[in-house]
Design a protein around this ligand. Structure first.
Ligand SMILES: Cc1cc2nc3c(=O)[nH]c(=O)nc-3n(C[C@H](O)[C@H](O)[C@H](O)COP(=O)(O)O)c2cc1C
Length: 180
């Protein structure tokens, strides 16, 4: 498939079928995704792959750490995210320098898109999520983040029997200014 077709084929699809994902295949995709541009080769990323029994254990550990009010509020949101056969947390060290920090986020975003496209090409369904609870110390602690690290995004990965159509976009030509 041409790259332009893969780009249009990728959609946020979290209607997964009950089929396990081979996590070594995901690591292979990440090995290509890391060729994303990144300033000064800081390579500001690492990945946490969560699947199988660990998914349930982390889910329970996080919910158990919350008071009742938060648990009631967050459990449905958590159920949604953890319904994916596999989750990948894209983690970056929070850069103290504002400009470098923005560049690092841009680099991780590019890496995530690389991953989403490669996963689409490999036949996976994916969905990128940034729920607010992933910014909490409790959630980061449960995932084993080091001090100063943040989660840029959580990607749900699985197989789907639904080919979700792309949402239409404004034409790029209508958004382009030419100086010529
Ligand atoms: C940085 C970022 C954060 C996102 N966070 C969420 C999220 O928390 N929950 C969600 O349902 N979708 C999230 N999305 C997915 C967008 O809603 C989705 O990409 C958009 O609606 C376009 O649909 P498509 O991905 O199917 O093309 C996020 C996308 C980006 C780029």
């Amino acid at each position: 498939m041409k790259l332009s077709d893969i780009i249009k084929k990728r959609t946020s699809n979290s209607k997964f079928i009950d089929q396990k994902v081979d996590s070594s295949l995901l690591v292979e995709l990440l090995e290509s995704a890391v060729y994303a541009p990144n300033h000064k080769m800081r390579e500001p990323w690492r990945f946490i792959v969560i699947e199988g029994e660990h998914k349930k254990a982390l889910f329970d550990r996080y919910l158990d750490s919350l008071n009742e009010e938060l648990r009631i509020q967050q459990e449905p949101l958590l159920n949604k995210l953890f319904s994916a056969p596999t989750l990948i947390a894209f983690v970056t060290p929070q850069n103290k320098d504002l400009r470098d920090g923005l560049e690092d986020l841009e680099a991780v975003a590019m890496l995530i898109q690389n991953f989403l496209l490669l996963a689409t090409e490999a036949g996976f369904a994916t969905s990128l999520k940034t729920p607010m609870y992933t910014e909490t110390d409790k959630f980061k602690d449960v995932l084993g983040l080091n001090p100063g690290e943040i989660i840029v995004g959580m990607v749900m990965v699985g197989y789907s029997d639904w080919e979700k159509p792309a949402k239409p976009r404004k034409s790029a030509a209508s958004l382009t200014t030419f100086y010529k």
